[in-house]
Design a protein around this ligand. Structure first.
Ligand code: HEC
Ligand code: HEC
Length: 276
């Protein structure tokens, strides 16, 4: 038994105790993965994927997917080019003859989906998308026009999600109308820095050359911090020993797009937001 298989055996034992593998195996169908059939209510999402990744995968692939001796980077060109289906398949079925075992026995379909979504985030990409099958579309034309504006020209969807789609720099807007009264909503749109939703504050990383990067703070490990860029597309990793400082910012990442829309556009966008 070589060093890596000894470690692998230890890891397997940990997994056995932690996951109660026997009961999970029963839940897993041996047939083809059909992720579209998973109801979206059962999807715990990227956050859950991150916890699972940290528990089971980081030992070989590194805290931020940078790779470790026993694994390989999950953020390199090869892993980036895996299609969504290939990514799910390699996690489910493993790669025979390598340290990458099949996880479909010890993790559920949903858990594998969530981990794959988290890996996409580590690669600076949006999470995997499920077919949009809940919440029947509204038939109010103002709401529909507002939704188009939200996803299109106003670019709100770069940072905000509703249902299963959209970015994660800002909070999900599901249930918004129940959460915020009209005054609070207007303030969030017109003066976003007045109150900042907890967990969505901006951080500023000052690099050695003086350049400052602002973004949502996502992750911390001993060696590195991770900042989500303002366009939401990338989670950029900065190695702590290579930056000057990491600071909190009191300015919201949310731009003043709303204030600059024409009155009619503001109205349809509001109608859409109030429908969430
Ligand atoms: C014991 C170490 C080990 C553990 C634990 C491990 N992997 Fe791997 N993984 C590997 C190795 C080694 C490879 C490279 C296999 C090869 O040579 O093709 C790999 C390959 C992969 C790939 C394919 C990457 C590519 O570029 O083709 C993905 C995706 C992946 N692992 C995800 C995961 C996930 C998700 C977990 C946790 C559920 C995990 N791995 C746990 C060792 C590990
Ligand atoms: C660059 C990213 C970004 C864009 C683009 C953006 N937002 Fe935001 N938004 C945020 C962040 C980050 C927060 C949370 C911080 C805060 O409270 O200001 C936020 C907060 C909000 C809130 C308050 C949510 C709550 O739960 O209290 C609303 C409503 C909102 N945004 C609507 C919009 C709309 C509508 C648009 C498009 C016109 C938009 N945002 C565009 C980043 C963005």
């Amino acid at each position: 038994m070589n060093a890596s298989s000894v470690l692998w055996t230890i890891e397997l034992k940990i997994i056995k105790t932690v996951t109660d593998a026997a009961s999970r195996i029963l839940k897993i169908s041996a047939t083809v993965f059909s992720f579209c059939a998973v109801s979206s209510a059962a999807i715990a999402g990227v956050g859950e994927g991150q916890e699972l990744y940290n528990a089971y995968c980081q030992i070989c692939h590194g805290a931020l997917g940078e790779g470790q001796t026993m694994g390989k980077p999950l953020t390199d060109g090869v892993a980036n080019r895996l299609s969504d289906q290939d990514l799910l398949t390699v996690i489910s079925e493993g790669r025979s003859g390598t340290g990458m075992v099949a996880w479909e026995g010890s993790l559920s379909e949903t858990e594998i989906f969530d981990i794959a979504s988290y890996i996409r985030n580590l690669q600076g990409k949006p999470a995997l998308n499920l077919a949009d099958n809940d919440a029947g579309p509204s038939d109010d034309p103002r709401v529909l026009a507002g939704e188009q504006l939200f996803n299109g020209e106003a670019s709100c969807a770069t940072c905000h999600s509703y249902g299963d789609q959209g970015g994660s720099v800002g909070p999900s807007l599901d249930g918004l109308s129940k959460r915020l009264g009209e005054d609070a909503l207007m303030q969030a749109l017109l003066n976003p820095s007045a109150t900042i939703v907890s967990g969505y504050a901006a951080k500023e990383v000052e690099q050695e050359d003086g350049t400052i990067i602002r973004g949502r703070y996502r992750n911390d490990s001993e060696l590195a911090v991770q900042i989500q860029s303002a366009d939401g597309r990338r989670w950029v990793t900065y190695f702590k020993e290579r930056v000057k400082s990491v600071r909190d910012s009191d300015q919201s990442l949310m731009p003043d797009t709303y204030a600059n829309l024409a009155a009619a556009e503001q109205q349809i966008l509001l109608a859409f937001l109030m429908s969430l």
